[in-house]
Design a protein around this ligand. Sequence first.
Ligand SMILES: [Zn+2]
Length: 281
Amino acid sequence: MSLDFTYNKYTEIIEAISKSDYEVITIRDYIQLTDRPHKFIIIRHDVDLNPYEQVKFAELENNYGIKTSYYFRYIEKVYKEEIINKVFALGHEIGYHYEVFTKTKGDPVKAIELFSEELKNFTDNWESKTVCPHGGSFVDNTDGYSIKNMIKLIPKIFSGKTIFSKYVNFDLWDKHSFKDFGILGDAYRSIDFSDILYLSDTGRSWDKKYKRLDKVDSLINPKFNIKSTDEILKIIKNHETDKIYLLVHFEQWKDNFKDWILWYIAQIIRRNGKKIIFRKK
Ligand SMILES: [Zn+2]
């Protein structure tokens, strides 16, 4: 048995896709193409925590001639121009992973100003044409994905306090238009998910019961009940569906066993935080 969520497992996905007759398109392609391929896969990467881990995966994809969409948060830890330049040079799409409602505590005027300001870095440097909302911000610690921060959250979870920010970043588009910012669209809002199988590794699990905001209206998803990457490999190899949208956070995919285990523990804590929130609703 091999571990799931490792570099090798991701290599298997990329290999399977490259051997299949699925066409890989970026979010930008999806929005721009008037005539989309009948069979396609979109691969989106949200860079939430560690930009340095992206490069080897971006190289791997490039070796197989695959172009994907990378969305970087505009926070000090993640927004590293030298890294983003490398990913861009490998032919991938670069986009802005915005969290302006969380950053401005829901102030709609400040949020849109901040959006415009931060976005400019992406459009100026990497010709970005699409954006993507960041989902899982924590109430008092927007970078709280590390094991240390997760442990700090345990007492809160068990006392029933909310650990996630209540602001939904893509609500920004209720009152604004992409066109005003020279962009084509958003990785959630501009996609018609109804005929797409949406697969997300949020919380290091493909299981939909662990997703809080990370859900879409798909008519295809109810036909599948995916628990492991091997099941996704099977779907790709057997062409079990025509359109797939894969969200992969490379922070979840660890090579060394110690990192893998630590991350696993962090995700169990995070999932339990989510379960408590669900119950309270
Ligand atoms: Zn994110």
